[in-house]
Design a protein around this ligand. Structure first.
Ligand code: GRF
Length: 216
């Protein structure tokens, strides 16, 4: 099955680029319907255009969260989208947005990548917080989005060590390399197998039975 994805970005877009590169290399069978940013000047949009991907800038300047989201939803409504892929999108989504992309099985068809082993270190500074805490092992989480920030059914996690000699920069660089492999791989797994979750927890109870698999 070929997935149709919309990628939402706010900044440099290295994860978006990894997804586009994986697609170009045949490692990800997905169509990228559009790349959308709340920052019309995001470097990510330029990168997407270089890959011949349609881009949309919907600035949130001067708008309430609801006004901005309504514009984003209207822009995305023109496309057939199986999953929204958040790749450094620095906006918190409201329940209205989540419910616009609700699967019949109950989960939201919105995927996020976070630079820590959730549920540890949620928030905007996952790398910095894990590093400052002094973790010996950190990692990357790809998860379905729910109504809490950096929370929701976990699709995949991959760990990486913090080495004694690490600076925050080398720690981040090691993590980013993991992100760039993991995100496209998880999307390709969904393209082949659909959404598979390991547990029925409070966080993903809406999804249904434990070990459930749901086709897109
Ligand atoms: C990544 O570290 C991602 O895990 C987090 O935001 C950062 C985005 O970086 N959610 P980029 O824009 O993909 O380079």
């Amino acid at each position: 099955m070929s997935l149709s994805l919309a990628i939402l970005v706010s900044g440099r877009g290295s994860n978006m680029k990894a997804i586009l590169d994986a697609r170009a290399q045949g490692l990800l069978k997905a169509d990228i319907a559009v790349v959308l940013s709340n920052n019309p000047d995001a470097p990510a949009l330029e990168t997407a255009r270089e890959h011949d991907i349609k881009t949309i800038g919907v600035s949130n300047k001067g708008l309430t969260r609801e006004q901005h989201e309504d514009q984003v939803l209207a822009a995305l409504a023109k496309y057939k989208i199986d999953f929204i892929v958040l790749a450094g999108y620095m906006r918190i989504l409201t329940p209205k947005f989540l419910h616009a992309y609700r699967h019949t099985d109950g989960y939201f068809k919105i995927i996020n990548i976070h630079p820590s082993l959730l549920p540890a270190f949620p928030g905007a500074n996952g790398y910095d917080d894990a590093f400052a805490y002094g973790v010996r092992l950190s990692g990357i989480t790809v998860h379905l989005v729910d109504e809490q920030v950096d929370h929701g059914p976990i699709l995949a996690q991959e760990s990486f060590p913090r080495l004694e000699e690490d600076t925050l920069e080398t720690f981040k660089a090691r993590g980013l390399a993991v992100e760039h492999k993991l995100y496209p791989a998880v999307l390709q797994k969904i393209a082949i197998d659909g959404v598979k979750l390991l547990a029925k927890t409070e966080a993903n109870v809406a999804v249904g039975a434990a070990s459930s698999t749901s086709r897109i």
